[in-house]
Design a protein around this ligand. Structure first.
Ligand code: GCU
Length: 727
């Protein structure tokens, strides 16, 4: 070998095939192993696409990019030949029309992937009633190959179970994100529309690949400027980028906008000038964005204005806005997340108390958007009692992808397990089997509408979600919103295979780690039904002792109720009676002795020396759970260490480092919690479990003033705005 060649060879070795940093998400399309290429090459020889719509072009280019990358050879547009992939709708493609495919039941978004013969050639057809359906089918076909599933002899018809599948970005217009842990907002409003960051397109591809068909772009604690014509113009430019991907834009609307933008004296929903203002505003938006989705509204919640400021109901507030949207087909997502510092009722009961009597009073184009639990995105909550309790109302399920209360960026917690827990929850509203899935997909009460919403975890970090594994929560949310019956296990398998490698040694060890991770965080943070024990404001780290916040229900002591007798919130009939908001079989279970351990302290105040099902006292059981959580993080670290050979350096190292942080913080959670609770229990540590290394004062003094995720509410974007200058 000449010196030159040897040097070139060495250089080649030094350059990694392509650095991996997570930017490409699960759409990496890296060359597959040779055997897989040999298997799939004959099944993807060319793309045949008749018609020329933006969505069809996007589908075509995704297939070209995907096949060419995965198969390691250029695959382009072509004619019908063996192995061609023929895409389109009967309306746009004579080839598809000629096949007379059974597309009737697919609706607007469903697709059919079928292996068939066309003009004597074996082809794969991806057909739908709309170009968006074709795009979804194209992503599904790519997924078949990415996960090494059969791509021949196919006859896959697939229709989304839930019609509206939305992300809510909690992004402020100044670029900060409420509860965002992946850097600043990706929406650079200052530069829109003159510069449209290519990331918007990548985000749209990722969303479409899992079926997400709407995003609301701004924080639910809404800045009224978002409704100004200046920002609606910007939003229109973003809508143009997202439209080919089947994604509609929505806006979080501030209820008092008629005052702040319209200069009216009131935002009273019963005032005709207010109704007229909303109509004019909405008509204006639809002139700019004909397929605008609608509004998300957080009203009379955490300081936000709302109809109750005028002695009107939540339904009256929602309906005035819904009426403005209805002629355009727009939707209002009216949030049920309300609780009041003036109401001494158990916070867990307040939303139900306020909304349940309004069942049947909301317009058809209103969803009552309900968090998975009655408090606030805790590591574990029983399902919100509103599910099943408002049969005449469209209910949307809201879950949080950004892990505000689950360790935020650095804790590996695979959320689809949590999402499944609530989807599979039996409300017993119409007898056994009345799951939350059936409530929100509309089937339980025969609703035509259905929606599932995820609070976005996307930011401008290079890997989008701050941590590599948090991408799985975005991916899993979309997959479950499309089909709530998928298992968390199957989703993890898909995601790992597409995002890292399909190597069985990797997948088979990493899937159980992901599945277990949800219970692990519950164990080291809030075992046995404890909840809202997080530190003040940013919710980072433990603060079970906090008792000095302005509103009682913001204090962790409000929730843990630790005292000399025991621990936990009595929500049985002898306490706040929150149990009575559930259907009788559920209420009975939660108020009685058979309550599952995982909900025990949520619903009952339990003596420290109470005998648990395991035979331990409550105190011992608590300690055992905290320590099990820490031990399990240790196991996760070991598993991940063994995965090193299968994962590129950057993504492996970040995950390994984050797991080390997780272990440190799990220990902190355990030690701080035990140090606090032992001041009440006065019980010794169970044998084999160490005392916290420091006293309570040490943990109380730990202070993180600048933990991320909590923008400064006194800063300009949150103050009332002057008149819209562009009006
Ligand atoms: C939580 C969160 C807030 C958020 C609120 C909401 O309370 O901590 O930051 O604004 O939920 O869902 O509106």
């Amino acid at each position: 070998m000449s010196r030159f060649l040897a040097a070139a060879f060495l250089l080649l070795l030094a350059i990694p095939a392509r650095a991996e940093d997570g930017y490409d998400l699960w759409l990496r399309y890296r060359p597959m192993e040779a055997a897989a290429q040999a298997r799939y090459r004959p099944l993807a020889t060319a793309i045949v696409s008749q018609g020329n719509s933006p969505s069809l072009n996007v589908a075509k280019s995704e297939l070209i990019q995907g096949f060419s990358g995965l198969l390691g050879k250029p695959v382009g547009a072509g004619g019908v030949m063996d192995g061609a992939v023929v895409i389109g709708t009967p309306a746009g493609s004579p080839l598809i029309a000629g096949l007379q495919l059974p597309l009737g039941k697919l609706g607007r978004e469903g697709y059919l992937i079928r292996s068939t013969v066309l003009s004597g050639h074996a082809v794969t057809v991806i057909a739908a009633n709309s170009d968006i359906g074709v795009l979804y089918g194209s992503f599904a076909f790519l997924r078949q190959i990415q996960t090494r599933q059969p791509a021949d002899h196919l006859d896959l018809a697939n229709v989304p179970r839930i019609k509206l599948r939305l992300l809510n970005h909690w992004d402020n217009l100044d670029g900060t994100i409420e509860r965002g842990y992946a850097g600043h907002s990706i929406f650079d409003w200052q530069k829109i529309p003159d510069y449209m960051d290519p990331r918007y397109t990548v985000m749209a591809r990722a969303n479409a690949s899992v079926g997400i068909n709407g995003i609301s772009v701004n924080n639910v604690s809404a800045d009224v400027w978002m409704l100004s014509s200046m920002y609606i113009d910007k939003l229109a430019a973003l809508a143009d980028v997202l439209r080919p991907y089947g994604i509609r834009v929505y806006v979080a609307a501030r209820f008092s906008a008629p005052i702040e933008l319209g200069k009216l004296k009131t935002a009273d929903p019963a005032d005709p000038t207010v109704a007229a203002w909303w109509k004019k505003e909405v008509d204006g938006i639809y002139r700019r964005i004909p397929d605008f989705g609608g509004f998300v509204v957080k009203a009379n919640s955490e300081g936000q204005p709302g109809p109750r400021d005028y002695d009107r109901t939540q339904a009256e507030g929602a309906n005035v806005i819904a009426d403005a949207l209805a002629p355009h087909g727009g939707i209002v997502f009216w949030r049920a997340f309300v609780y009041s510092e003036k109401d001494p009722t158990d916070r867990a009961k307040q939303a139900y108390n306020e909304f349940k009597p309004l069942d049947g009073k909301f317009r058809d184009n209103v969803f009552v958007q309900t968090k998975n639990g009655a408090i606030d995105f805790q590591p574990r909550e029983p399902a919100h009692p509103l599910f099943g309790a408002m049969p005449k109302t469209n209910l949307a399920l809201e879950v949080q992808l950004s892990k505000e209360y689950l360790g935020q960026t650095t804790h590996l917690v695979y959320l689809p397990v949590l999402f499944k827990e609530v989807l599979d929850w039996d409300t017993f509203a119409k007898g056994k089997g009345s799951t939350v899935t059936k409530v929100i997909d509309g089937s339980l009460e025969g609703h035509d509408q259905s929606a599932m919403v995820g609070v976005s975890n996307i930011g401008e970090d290079r890997n989008w979600t701050g941590a590599q594994f948090s991408q799985a929560d975005w991916y899993g949310f979309g997959r479950l919103a499309w089909n709530p019956d998928l298992s968390a296990d199957a989703i993890a398998r898909e995601w790992l295979g597409m995002t890292f490698t399909i190597h069985p040694a990797f997948v088979n060890q990493t899937v159980p780690m992901m599945i277990a991770s949800r219970e692990v965080v519950v164990d080291y943070m809030t075992p046995l039904g404890l909840h809202h024990q997080m530190a003040t404001g940013h919710h980072f780290g433990p603060g079970p002792w906090v008792s000095d916040l302005a509103r009682p229900e913001w204090n962790p002591v409000y929730y843990n109720r630790a005292d000399a007798k025991g621990l936990g919130f009595d929500r049985t009939p002898s306490g706040s009676d929150a149990t009575s908001q559930y259907a009788p079989p559920v209420a009975k279970l939660f108020s009685g002795a058979d309550i599952p351990d995982r909900y025990l302290l949520w619903f009952q105040h339990v003596a420290w020396d109470h005998k648990m099902k395991s035979g331990h006292t409550l105190w011992d059981e608590l300690v055992v759970h905290y320590d099990a959580g820490i031990a399990a993080v240790g196991e996760m670290r070991k598993t991940w260490a063994a995965m090193k050979p299968y994962v590129d350096g950057e993504r492996w190292s970040q995950t390994a480092a984050f797991l080390a942080i997780q272990q440190k913080e799990a220990q902190w959670w355990r030690d701080a919690s035990i140090a606090y609770f032992e001041t009440f229990s006065h019980m010794p540590m169970p044998a084999g479990h160490a005392s916290p290394p420091h006293d309570l004062a040490y943990y109380e003094a730990i202070y993180f003033p600048y933990a991320p995720g909590r923008p400064d509410y006194t800063a300009a974007p949150f103050r009332n705005k002057p008149k819209d200058p562009s009006e």
